[in-house]
Write a protein that binds this ligand. Structure first.
Ligand SMILES: [Zn+2]
Length: 286
């Protein structure tokens, strides 16, 4: 009689153990960096958001040696574009066609991507098209996306331009995004912005757990001002992006890191191709 009871108890404990495992992973949010400004976010419910998908950028290890980096993107639910420049729009049309992902960006950029770059219209004409100052709920309410200001420019390359037509079409206003994830971190992606003091308001309104900040300079924030941006949005963790991919911009994060150390702000330097995990709002230590 004793043995079956012990077995039963073991079975119950085992089921409880499995339950706790799945509960733990269900609370995880994954953040992957493809290099430059391209990130994916996988939510606790398994929805995949892709931001500024220049996946074929030269620093992405998955794009080297003739490999097809889009193989890693079998499932994408939403694509967020901060603005229309080619180092941000990247491979968006190919990825959208492959995955059926819904586009999140401003209406002018969406319209011109459909008209000029053959982006699939039905994925660019949804309620996810938005403007600066707006918030939308996506992923069955698991994620709120807010579009924030950015000081930069935005145009979209027109591959159909004739010899007398401009090869850049209007791209609407450039933006940043705050991505609020239920049971996960709140992530700020700065786009290609210059520093602006109203970033402090972003920090006051949203509790930014992770700030993905453009540090490359020349076209946007220099490292010193990117560190100040981390301070202004009250980032609990700062992650540098938009550097080391082409000449003229900062080639490494050393300057940014030095400034953050002086300001006593937590940071993490991701490597292109790396994925980090958050349990709730906390970065899991490796
Ligand atoms: Zn850029």
């Amino acid at each position: 009689m004793e043995l079956p009871r012990t077995r039963k108890l073991l079975a119950v404990l085992f089921i409880l153990f499995l339950g706790s495992l799945s509960q733990a992973s269900a609370q995880d949010t994954k953040l992957k960096w493809f290099g430059h400004a391209a990130f994916s976010v996988t939510t606790p419910n398994g929805k995949v958001l892709l931001i500024d998908p220049w996946i074929k950028n030269p620093t992405n290890p998955e794009a080297k040696d003739g490999k097809d980096p889009l193989v890693a993107l079998a499932k994408v639910d939403y694509i967020l574009l901060t603005h229309g420049h080619r180092d941000h729009v990247g491979d968006v049309v190919e990825i959208a066609r492959k995955t059926g992902a819904v586009l999140i960006c401003n209406p002018e950029l969406a319209g011109n991507l459909v008209k000029l770059a053959d982006f699939p219209g039905e994925q660019a004409e949804t309620e996810a098209i938005m403007g600066i100052g707006g918030e939308i709920q996506i992923a069955d309410g698991e994620v709120t996306v807010a579009m924030t200001p950015a000081i930069h420019s935005s145009s979209v390359f027109n591959p159909k331009a004739g010899p007398t037509e401009p090869e850049r079409a209007y791209g609407g206003n450039p933006a940043g995004f705050v991505i609020v994830i239920k049971n996960g971190p709140t992530i700020y992606h700065s786009g290609d912005t210059a520093y602006f003091k109203d970033m402090e308001t972003i920090g006051e309104i949203y509790s930014i757990d992770v700030a993905l900040l453009n540090i490359g300079g020349h076209f946007g924030m220099e490292p010193k001002m990117a560190a100040r941006a981390a301070q202004s949005v009250r980032a609990k963790l700062a992650i540098p992006q938009h550097f080391g991919t082409f000449p003229g911009i900062v080639q490494n994060a050393a300057g940014f890191v030095a400034e953050l150390k002086a300001l006593k702000i937590n940071f993490y330097e991701m490597k292109p191709g790396e994925t980090i995990t958050f349990r709730g709002k906390q970065l899991l230590k490796k």
